[in-house]
Design a protein around this ligand. Sequence first.
Ligand code: KIV
Ligand code: ZN
Length: 500
Amino acid sequence: MMLKHIQIFDTTLRDGEQTPGVSLTADDKILVARQLDKLGVDTIEAGFPISSKGEKKSVKSIVDAGLNAKICGLARVNKTDIDACLDCNVDLVHVFIPTSDIQIQYTIEKNREEVLRLAVDAVEYVKGQGVDCLFSAMDATRTKVDYLIRVYQEVENAGADMINVPDTVGIMRPSAMKDFVKKIYDVVKIPIDVHCHNDFGLAVANSLAAVEAGASQVQVAVNSLGERAGNADLAETVMSLHSIHKLKTNIQTKYLVETSRLLERLSGIRIPPNTPIVGDNAFSHESGIHTHGILMRTDTFEPGVMTPEMVGHIRRIVAGKHAGKHAVKQMLNTAGLEPTDGQLAEIMKRIKDLGDKGKRVTDADLYTIAEVIMGEVAKGEQAIVLEEVSVMTGNKITPTASIKAVVHGKPKNVAQSGVGPVDAALGAVQTILGKDEKIKLRDFRIEAITGGSDALAEVIIGVEDEKGNIVTSRAAREDIVMASVEALVSAINRLMLRKR
Ligand code: KIV
Ligand code: ZN
């Protein structure tokens, strides 16, 4: 029953944009649509055109971008909504109406027969315009199955090209989802699509179960964006289909991490480091037993059927109190440091002491410890040697930072403005390094170590180069701006050293 090729319908720009607190500009949406197209999704749900003038304009501009993916617009089962989609020249109109008794009664105040008629009329109207039509029975998984099947059969007769089974409030479990979709699959001839929400963290599992029952399309969103707990995650669904179910999609999986990072940046929603596939830690190893295994053979402590290269990620061995000596040695070697066995033992001891004191051991801590124990190995090789930092801020002026430093051996001065003094100072550090060095800020955290307005602030900063190498560094000072600048300079210097 399982089809070999599964279609990917992306709803990041529609359901994903309904994530509380997320609002993308028209330019952002075009960027996202282009990235989804590069990734190879089959359909992009570009928006809900009737919802606002701006939304309609943005759906139209995505249609006009001439992408390979089909562009879809969402509509309720009325002529005005559908016309708004048709005005945008979408390839596909996605019409939806609730079918569960609770939603029929309390959200649209209709009865089952009225819902059935509205659904059929809407599908006939779309098809009458010569456009493809996807029909969704909203809250399908809480709908009486006999009635649901009747609705699906009637919209099939009305000409719908595909039906969607939304698990709108995410209440299914995989075995129930499989049985449910199978019942529909047995009687409906057009392809089946599923749209699973993640209220219990089961959206991906339920989507995969639906595929096992015969669904040929899954609706997903990047970084699991969407209403409440979000939709089935694109990367997790696709990689499970490829690597576990051995099914094909058109997704170029090497762009998965890049796509996730773009959505993190534009949506402002950071994903946790332990997010599967695309999170910072998805292929990171710290404990001695794991890193030793990984250094021997990567599939000892990774799935093997999925590698970081497949998804555009990198494998990282991380310093920390659980780190083993093989891993630490490899990290130091990568940074050009060759400790003797005695020096390595001392470095290990100090890392573990730091960890036992409750400190997060950053890469930069490891290199600093190593340099102290091995002598001043890296001195003189620093990309940035900071000489002077000054910052102006106030309620009547734009915060501006000036920095004087020696960069790659040459004296330089820059001034940079920002939304606040820290932003201006960090911007100045990045500017002083020059455009050729493509270094991105990945992580920025400030923690007050002591109380009061003169509290010692600890700043932890992670930077990433164009190859995805990440170095984390820290600095502690009473002055938050100086702590931020020092942490960033230290992280950049470590990253450059590692690159060399
Ligand atoms: O969750 C849902 O039911 C939806 C529909 C519009 C498909 O988003
Ligand atoms: Zn939804």
